[in-house]
Design a protein around this ligand. Sequence first.
Ligand SMILES: [Zn+2]
Length: 319
Amino acid sequence: MYLKLFRPKGLLLFFSAIFFLYSCQYSSSSTLHIEKLDSTTTLSMDTIPVVAKNASGLSQRWDSLQRNLLVFPTDSLHPVAINIQKRILKDSLRQAFDTYPKHVFLTFDDGPLVGSAAIDSIARAKSVKISAFLVGRHAQMSKSRKKDIERYKTNPYVACYNHSFTHAGNKFNTFYNNPAAAFADFEKNETELELRQKVVRLPGRNIWVYDDVRRIDLQNSSGTADLLHTHGYRIFGWDVEWRIQRTTGVPVQPLNEVFNRIRNYMNNKSSMKPNNVVLLMHDDMFQTQKGKQLLVQLIDSLQKQNYTFEFMEDYPIRY
Ligand SMILES: [Zn+2]
């Protein structure tokens, strides 16, 4: 009888608590603590998902949930499975993220190459921020490539970052098996190209090491990544890659497929950080007329979604 009478009330209060949690996200960025709804109710503090005490702000609450740092006490009288509590909380956080701006990071690797000039002029024409991960050796190959670097550096919409001097000579395992030499290669690139930001992407690897994030795809690169990180570098990988045939400008993935992937990552919050999607492209993809058109169309499509374009040095945008 007791259970019959109070269980619905308990559940109702539980979901009210979830709603309260959700609505708090609109009020301010102040720390959210659910202490106790009502001491007379049968739903005690024990049935409410409690956000870790140091988790203030939406992004931090999300990170805490992802890292299993949240406390989900159980109530033996009115049990709500922890996985259900987690799912409800995750959904409410997702919806909260949807009320904030969404950010795309257009990143171009391996420049300067044929195609860099087109990227440079499209970024200027569209007033869209892009990030270029540069290879110093390519800059030494001709006057045109040197000029590409100068264009990038004087373009306020282009941020220049480090992709190593030699691009590992495309022998990645050999390169990463000697972390000291690999590290020296990045330092050389920084000096040669006079790079101001300590922002790096590792050639041939999708590795993230920055702040308290450490995601390594292939273990033999971890020594190089850690060495860079201890010297103050932030290493970024990517969420989505767009491949097109470099000589013909014909996409391996059609434009709408790449666009849909970006949008799905935004909507599902499945990128490395919610509301922040990093797209990887390569400079030489945009050397043909067809390639240039595709880049312009992609930017147009993303702008229609009201996504904003950001530099990698500002990653991730947090709330
Ligand atoms: Zn590369």
